[in-house]
Design a protein around this ligand. Structure first.
Ligand code: G3P
Length: 217
């Protein structure tokens, strides 16, 4: 399973990248806003740090304008994946980008039917949003499962990039289902290391160690 980090926070990306935890990065307009940075500058900086795909999202809504924006974003670095929304115009732009050899991440996917269209339009990645489905009392993980089944049925090469990940359980379940990639905020990736029994066990070891009066170094 590949780990993408869902952020435009350069310091957080560096931090996880130093640990070998970063196979790629995803950004979106909301994350660019949160970073307070210029999209071209911050995306270039991220591409200098990370070797894997870095998703940069278009904001136009018509295919021809999406294509112009996507081509500009693609010039930032060779590892840019152009991110387009799952609309008919987005699929049109996806097909155009894919035909020219660009990686495309089709985002805002909320149904298996949408995921089929993205695969047929040549997307490198499909981004189903788990958390936002959970928010409306649907099961986001069911969607990951359905897309996995369909893509395997037809040997579609599009990678399932599970997005809108809100907790550690989402990541573990995606791994069990066989999502190709997860993209999660840095805090959720870091939370994977936490377990109450680890904390409790360590506390006991340290107390017992103190009683030995010994030192290792
Ligand atoms: O990758 C998509 C992600 O940024 C959306 O997450 O938590 O805003 O639904 P969220």
């Amino acid at each position: 399973m590949k780990f993408f980090v869902d952020t435009a926070d350069v310091a957080a990306i560096k931090d996880l990248n130093d640990l070998g935890m970063v196979d790629g990065v995803t950004t979106n307009p909301s994350l660019i806003l949160k970073s307070g940075r210029d999209i071209l500058e911050v995306t270039r900086e991220i591409c200098d740090i990370v070797g894997g795909p870095v998703s940069a999202e278009v904001v136009a809504t018509e295919a021809k304008d999406m294509i112009a924006e996507g081509l500009k974003l693609a010039k930032i670095a060779s590892n840019i994946a152009i991110k387009v929304p799952l609309t008919w115009d987005g699929l049109t732009a996806c097909k155009a980008f894919a035909s020219e050899g660009h990686k495309v991440n089709v985002t805002l996917c909320f149904s298996a039917a949408q995921a089929i269209l993205a695969a047929k339009a040549g997307a490198s990645f499909i981004s189903p949003f788990i958390g936002r489905l959970d928010d409306i009392n649907l099961d986001g993980l069911d969607l990951i499962h359905d897309i996995r089944t369909i893509y395997d049925n037809y040997d579609f090469k599009t990678e399932i990039l599970a997005a809108s990940i809100r907790n550690v359980n989402h990541i573990t379940e995606c791994a069990k289902i066989g999502a190709d990639v997860i993209t999660a905020p840095p805090a959720v990736i870091k939370a994977m290391a936490s377990h109450v029994l680890t904390d409790k066990g360590l506390d006991q070891f340290l107390k017992d160690w103190a009683q030995t009066g010994q030192k290792i170094v």
